[in-house]
Structure formats: C-alpha cells, structure tokens
Design a protein around this ligand. Structure first.
Ligand code: FRU
Length: 460
C-alpha cells in the first residue's frame, strides 16, 4: 500500500481505502484497496473497491456520506472523490493526465459504481493536479474540495459534488516548497472554545529529515480563502515515515489521523517480502496553545488503551546512569508501548538492540534541545543510500519534565514526546528482532519513571 484514501466513518464502522497495486509489491497501476474496523485496531480486509478504467488508474482521494443526497446517488450514499491518472500517451504529452472523478456506493462501501459523467473536474493545464479531500462546509451549505495543484493548494466548492467552482489558491511564499504538494486535508478544530482551521499538506521531497513529510498550517477559512495565522513551517511528524496522512470524515468534532508509514525515497526498495507498506497507528489530533502560538498535538487514539497489558512500571531515583530492562522486555513480541519520563530534563538514550549488534537509539539531546531517532546501525540499511541516518526533531514543550511515549513494533517506532507535541515515526529492518532494552540518562542522579505495556500478537 501507499496513501490512505477515502477515510470515512459510517454506522459504527471506520472505512479505510488505500493506494494499492494487487499485481506486485512495488508501485503499479493504482486501485483502491479497502479495509474496515470498529475499534481502530482490529481490521478486516475487504474486496478491492475501485479498479483502473479507461480514464486511468485510481489515485488518492477522499470519501463523504451524502446525507441529503445532493449528488442524486441516493440518501446517505458513500461518495468517493478521487484522481484519475491517465498514462495514455496523448494525455501524458499534454501534461493534463490528472483529473477528479466520482464513484458511489449504496451498500456501505461493499460495491461501487463509477459516475458516468466522469471526470467532474477536468485538468486546467496543471501537471500535478490531484488528491481531492472533500468536506461539507456547513456555514456556506456547500462541499469544499482541497486539492494539491503543483506546489500550491487550490480550493473548489460545489453544491452537488458534480459541478465545481474554483475559489482560491494558497501557498505562494508560504510553507516548505522543496517538492510537489500532495494529499492535503482541511478541517476545523477548537482551541479554548475558538474554532481554527487546520490545513495539512504533504510534500515530497523536502521533509525536515529528507524525502516525504507532512507540514501543516493553522488559520481561518471562510468558505473561499484560507488565511494562516503564522508563517512558520510546522510538521505533524518529524520522522521520515509518516506520509500522505489525512483525517477521517464524518466523525464530528473528533479528528482522527492516519498516515502511510513510509517515504518515497525508499518505498519501493524496503526489504520486505509478501507485503510492502503499512499505516501508522490512528492518532487523535488536538490544538494546543504554546506561548501564543498554536500547534497540533497527536496521540494514539484512546481505543488503544483497553488493549494494553501492563508488564512493568517503576518510578525511582537510580544512582547509576544505565538501566537494563531487557528482562521485562525480552518476552515481548509484536507491538509494545513504552513510557519514559525524566523529572528534570537531561540526556536520554533508549537503546533497543539484538545479538548481532544491531541497534536503534531513541532519545533526547539536552544541549541541542532535540529529540532524535538514530537508525544508522539498525540492521538492513543498504537498500538506499540515505536510509542509515539519525533523524532529529526540535522540542516544542518548555517544561522541565521530559515525557516520551513510544509505540514499538518489530519494524517501526512511533515517538510521541511531551504528550504528542513533538512526534517522530521511523521504520527499521533488523535481521533478528530487537530484544534488549537499555535506558541511559545523564547526569545520573535524575529521577526516572518507566512503564512498559504489551499487546498480544493475536490482538491486532
Ligand atoms: C502520494 C501520491 C499521491 C498520489 C498517489 C499515487 O504518496 O504520490 O499524490 O495520488 O501517491 O499513488
């Protein structure tokens, strides 16, 4: 898989569609795969939802529930708005090979019909013209489409999902522009009772640690124009492996985000066999005011909590600067959650390793005020020249206590520091599982808290 697509919640079920090529484990003519879940953790694989057709392959897009039957496909139809990508010579030559189309389902996503009037938004002459994210804009009683157009965002609106009117363009002289803009999302979130609009924009390449990454802007949207509050570039995740993430539609004021845990720098080369690509765990997004500036905070959804089984928990002042928690860690296979807190900030290294000397180090560097993930010696790294690297992220919080929460799996780590203010997601490929866990702190007389939870393999 690559991007998550068409994420929509309906009748107690979270639908996830995704970029999928069933003919191999590298990128190919794209389909929309389909999976569903009720609790955001136990997934059921469904039949492929959308196949390529004479207008092209099925690139990324979104899905909505058309409660009032504005499009005429039926009350409560599930409508997918996606990019058709046509590789036919004549289209490719003009550079107008991407346009937006519709498909709909009247049986909760089980079967799909493509709209006969496709495409609904033809290409105006922009080579990169894709990834429509559509939402209902209640204040203006209209649909709003947020579209990636080269390295800009263009907003469109429609009364019926079929006829689209261009409203405005955003992004000149704002944000990061090291690559093309892709997979945007626009949604409201409240902070201290006041509504703000969040615009997510994935960019490839040009991320803070190279390759693909997702930046965000916070501002106001009036149904036509998006105006950001600040010009600073902010990243939803500083790791290298959280791309093309967007939020579920139809979840009310709750915003749940899911990204593709990979990077176009090496997505087609990672050393996996039967599969390639996975998602992050679902994360709930909230807004937080830090010294007058607004930031997104992401944390694993609360549905995760009942699945956790506490294995170890201790809060203490240790005279030594290295703690060996391998005894507690060793029996664990599959996903675990690890929380580490330092009462007063100092240097911290969380070291996971195996008997082959391969290791992954996650931590905090007090002098640089950076969190980091170092995968230089994490196992197989030679499949791409930039993979073996140490990734860094600025600490945004200014509290004296350091708080790190990690979701670890056999080939991925998701770091939520300071309650999700600084986030890093990285993948890695050890030849045997990393089964030794050590924590180093400097200076040594720091009071530390450590908790470790497991999730049974059968649980996910
Ligand atoms: C982002 C992306 C999208 C596109 C899709 C194609 O990862 O490049 O812009 O729609 O992947 O698979």
């Amino acid at each position: 898989m690559n991007d998550p697509n068409g994420m929509v919640y309906y009748n107690g079920v979270y639908h996830l569609f995704y970029q999928y090529y069933p003919g191999g484990t590298t990128w190919g003519p794209m389909h929309w795969g389909h999976a569903t879940t009720r609790d955001l953790f136990h997934w059921e694989e469904k039949a492929i939802a959308l196949y390529p057709d004479s207008l092209g392959a099925i690139f990324s897009g979104s899905a909505v529930i058309d409660k009032d039957n504005t499009a005429g496909f039926g009350k409560n139809a599930m409508v997918a708005i996606f990019t058709h990508h046509n590789q036919k010579m004549e289209d490719a030559k003009t550079g107008r090979h991407q346009y937006q189309s519709l498909a709909y389902s009247n049986d909760e996503g089980a079967t799909w019909q493509k709209y006969k009037g496709n495409p609904v938004l033809p290409n105006p002459g922009i080579t990169d013209f894709r990834d429509p994210k559509v939402m209902w804009y209640e204040a203006g009683k209209k649909w709003v489409m947020t579209l990636a157009t080269k390295d800009r965002i263009t907003f469109y609106s429609s009364p019926n999902l079929k006829d689209w009117k261009r409203e405005s363009e955003f992004g000149a002289n704002l944000g990061a522009h090291g690559g093309v803009w892709e997979c945007p999302d626009l949604f409201p979130l409240k902070s201290n009772g006041k509504t703000f609009w969040v615009l997510l924009v994935s960019i490839n390449p040009g991320g803070p640690n190279k390759g693909s990454a997702t930046q965000y802007f916070i501002g106001n949207f009036d149904g036509k124009n998006f105006v950001p509050k600040s010009k600073a570039v902010k990243w939803i995740d500083y790791g290298t492996d959280n791309y093309a993430g967007v939020t579920w539609s139809n979840t009310g004021s709750r915003k749940i985000f899911l990204g593709w845990m990979n990077n176009w720098q090496y997505a087609n080369q990672v050393p996996t066999k039967a599969w390639r690509g996975a998602t992050t765990i679902p994360r709930e997004l909230t807004l937080i005011d830090k010294n007058g500036d607004l930031f997104l905070q992401s944390l694993p959804v609360k549905e995760f909590n009942p699945l956790l089984k506490l294995v170890y928990s201790k809060k203490f002042l240790s005279a030594s600067n290295e703690l060996d928690l391998s005894v507690n860690f060793k029996p664990l296979k599959g996903k675990v959650k690890l929380n580490v807190s330092l009462e007063n900030k100092g240097d911290l290294n969380i070291i996971l390793s195996n008997s082959k000397g391969q290791k992954l180090v996650i931590g905090y560097d007090e002098k640089k005020n950076n969190y980091f993930i170092d995968r230089r010696q994490s196992g197989e790294t030679g499949f791409e020249k930039g993979f073996a690297a140490k990734h860094v992220a600025p600490r945004i919080a200014n509290t004296t206590q350091l708080k790190l929460s990690l979701i670890l799996d056999e080939a991925s780590v998701e770091l939520f520091a300071d309650d999700g203010l600084t986030v890093m997601t990285d993948i890695f490929f050890p030849e045997t599982p990393l089964e030794t866990l050590k924590i180093q702190k400097k200076p040594k007389n720091k009071s530390i808290g450590v908790s470790l939870w497991s999730i049974d393999k059968d649980e996910h």
